[in-house]
Design a protein around this ligand. Sequence first.
Ligand code: NAG
Ligand code: NAG
Length: 148
Amino acid sequence: MGIPLTVLPLAILLHVAGCSPPPEPVVCTHGTSNCTVTNSFGSFPDRSICRAGNVAYPRTEQELVAAVAAAAAVKRKMKVATKYSHSLPKLACPGGLDGTIISTARLNRTVSVDVERRLMTVESGMVLRDLIEAAGVRRGEGAGRPPP
Ligand SMILES: *[C@@H]1O[C@H](CO)[C@@H](O)[C@H](O)[C@H]1NC(C)=O
Ligand SMILES: *[C@@H]1O[C@H](CO)[C@@H](O)[C@H](O)[C@H]1NC(C)=O
């Protein structure tokens, strides 16, 4: 009798804590225009969402600089969003439909790996799963090297 009672909550916990990633926090009705942004829970602690006029998905540092420069040139407010937005607080909305969201979702590559110094440099939108995978691949390349 005792076993099912301990297994059941664990099964529920595993189910709730399943492996499917949360939905993307930025949703737009027209391509990259007329957007809302929230966190991975679907609403901020004050039960609100943020609205924004558009979103940019830079893929390179140059595209990121260009997106920020373009928004700054016309004095648009900006808010950074990540791929999954685990950060709970809202802090500030990007100014409603006059604002711009800069998403790091596509800035997700490994920049460099220095095996000797055990140093990885990655772009700011790298997700932990990809980071671990990239670290594992690189460690595997140093054949015979004991794991750290
Ligand atoms: C903009 O998005 C909101 C939902 O966030 C929607 O209700 C509204 O109809 C959209 N506006 C246009 C012009 O599509
Ligand atoms: C980066 O993001 C893109 C688009 O979401 C995805 O296709 C790709 O697998 C991700 N990971 C890496 C390492 O590029």
